[in-house]
Design a protein around this ligand. Structure first.
Ligand SMILES: [Fe+2]
Length: 601
């Protein structure tokens, strides 16, 4: 017994040492070899702040599993920032209904001295005093200087939407021209106030201007602001996407998810890629900023100011992830209200939770379908109790799941049957297939829920089987994984797998999970025992991917790993004819595993 007691005491001591070591590990470091590619502002801020610059956020970290399994824990975290009395604001709109904001008369303006002092306190205490430099100046806030400028495309060719934010109720104007400093007439758009549901109720004004009749492949210079007050942004420029008339025009589209303010590993390299013309369009597949609502919404403001190097230069599209869920996704819905214009120039159906658009590349059109996967992950769908304050979710999300599913089937059918599109791709935040083991529900019951739908209804695989879909992009897992063509819960179309990097005329979608752009939650892990037979490539490294449609028969995907510098994984998807690409590929056809190590269903 004494020996056992001594052993137990040793074990306890060892456990305590391990716990102390874990606690002492710097929060902003993914272990040996981790690197930071923050913006210069962040680098300077972090250098001065040291470990304290990121540690305060760590205590507010909400694990992904807590979003899945415990609405109560999630709400506790949000409440730390939101204060009291916000539950009544969690209205969930019916399909087509506008996201409800706090009444404007309850809003406060960020230039008021007491509000400014509170914001400075929040930033310095939560991020570190060095981050105070990320707050806009009082004069910029008060005079309505535009910030967080973004561009998006619409479902029609020859259109752009310019979107930006001000802290005053200013007019919405833009000027655009093909020479620097030489603009056309002053264009007008819509100003929409967004009163933050967080406790301070900061008022932000979102502006959208729809630009029509833009020419393809043209360098435009523009500025946004208020023509009445004469307050304009700095000049921005963008090169519009081609119209498909020239097969030599290729449009690389960056795809990634889970890029945050802290540990934003891919941001600087992505900005360089955009600046050099290596990327023509960027799609973030959910989970922005970590989290847009935090720090009275300033977390999202900081992130989008830094990302303006990308969002103001090329069309920036995306969808909601679980990290946007606070206050009924209202920070995302309002700050990206330009996506409302994708399907209809008047903003109808007045929602940006799902939509579709087209891009030309290689002389052919590709149809992009943006989906909201978060509707599927609420406790009541799993038969669990609804957390206090979220009761109003009942009865609304099922309707939205059904509405989106029917829209998806209709959109996919129309796109395919039209014969206009050489390729059809879809993206949504959560994957249908993955192999990570950090949270066993993520790649087991959660993927099954999305594939099959709650109660076996409105599953994505049923919708994708209505017409052929080429690729489904997802994120959520903080890693990179590519599958073989797979459907029906794990059935691989082995006949199409010519090599590990070449699929020929796949009879099922390829699934790509690219969620390692960099965020404060670092990596999600793999373990060999959990690989599904569908899994072709996995990597726990930071980076983002690029998809390029070369023509009607060849589509290329590459994942740029090590923060985007080096292609690590790539794939050709080829439709007939197939001969010449097969000859170019030296890889051998991979051996089919005898049995999956673990059955997903
Ligand atoms: Fe996520």
């Amino acid at each position: 017994m004494k020996r056992n007691a001594a052993l137990m005491a040793s074990a306890v001591a060892l456990a305590l040492i391990l716990v102390l070591l874990l606690v002492a590990t710097p929060a902003d470091g993914a272990g040996a070899g981790s690197r930071s590619h923050r913006s210069p502002r962040h680098a300077a801020a972090a250098a001065g702040a040291g470990a304290t610059s990121t540690r305060p956020l760590k205590k507010h970290r909400v694990s992904k599993s807590s979003f899945h399994t415990s609405q109560g824990r999630e709400r506790d975290s949000t409440r730390e920032y939101a204060g009291q009395g916000t539950s009544h604001l969690r209205h969930v709109p019916a399909p087509g209904e506008k996201v409800t904001a706090v009444p404007l008369e309850q809003g406060v303006h960020a230039w008021q001295p007491a509000v400014r002092a509170e914001l400075e306190h929040i930033v310095s205490s939560e991020l570190g005093e060095q981050y105070l430099s990320l707050l806009p100046s009082v004069s910029d806030v008060e005079s309505g200087v535009p910030e967080q400028i973004k561009i998006s495309v619409t479902a029609r060719g020859g259109e752009l939407v310019l979107n930006w934010l001000t802290w005053t109720n200013s007019s919405t104007n833009a000027q655009i021209g093909t020479a620097s400093g030489q603009y056309g007439a002053v264009l007008s758009g819509q100003t929409t106030p967004f009163v933050d549901p967080n406790s301070l109720h900061l008022v932000r004004y979102l502006h959208n201007v729809l630009i029509t009749n833009v020419q393809p492949k043209t360098q435009y210079f523009y500025r946004v602001g208020d023509a009445t007050s004469g307050v304009w942004s700095d000049e921005q420029s963008t090169r519009t996407v081609p119209d498909g008339s020239n097969p030599a025009d290729l449009v690389p589209v960056a795809m990634y998810g889970d890029l945050g303010l802290v540990n934003s590993q891919s941001m600087a390299v992505l900005s360089d890629d955009v600046a050099k013309g290596g990327v023509s369009v960027v799609i973030q597949v959910g989970d922005f900023s970590y989290n847009m609502d935090e720090l009275q919404g300033m977390n999202g403001d900081f992130f989008l100011r830094d990302l303006q190097n990308v969002t103001a230069k090329v069309p920036f599209m995306g969808c909601a992830g679980n990290h946007e869920q606070a206050f009924n996704f209202s920070h995302l819905a309002n700050k990206f209200s330009n996506w409302n214009y994708v399907s209809d120039p008047l903003g109808r159906p007045d929602q940006n939770w799902w939509y579709s658009f087209d891009l030309a590349s290689g002389g052919v059109l590709t149809h992009y379908i943006s989906l909201d996967t978060e509707l599927y992950y609420w406790d009541y769908l799993r038969g669990e109790s609804t957390a206090p304050g979220q009761e109003e979710l009942k009865g609304n999300y099922p309707a939205m799941i059904a509405a989106q599913w029917h829209w998806l089937v209709d959109d996919l059918t129309r796109a395919y049957d039209s014969g206009k599109y050489a390729w059809i791709v879809a993206y949504g935040h959560r994957p249908l297939y993955c192999s990570n083991v950090d949270s066993l529900t993520d790649c087991m019951s959660d993927t099954e829920l999305l594939r099959k739908g709650p109660g076996g209804m409105y599953g994505f695989e049923a919708a994708f089987s209505v017409r052929p879909l080429d690729i489904y992009f997802a994120a959520h897992e903080h890693s990179y994984e590519r599958t073989y063509p797979v459907s029906n819960g794990g059935t691989v179309d082995w006949k199409s797998v010519a090599t590990n990097n070449l699929y020929v005329s796949p009879a099922a979608p390829v699934h790509i999970v690219a969620g390692s752009a960099g965020c404060r939650e670092y990596f999600d892990t793999f373990d060999e025992v959990f690989y599904g037979a569908f899994s072709a490539f996995r990597s726990e490294t930071y980076g983002y991917g690029r998809m390029t449609v070369h023509n009607a028969t060849h589509l290329h995907w590459e994942q740029l790993i090590d923060e985007g510098n080096a292609p690590s994984d790539h794939l050709w998807v080829q439709k007939k004819p197939r001969q010449h690409l097969v000859a170019e590929q030296p890889e051998q056809k991979p051996k089919k595993p005898a049995q999956p190590r673990i059955a997903l269903e």
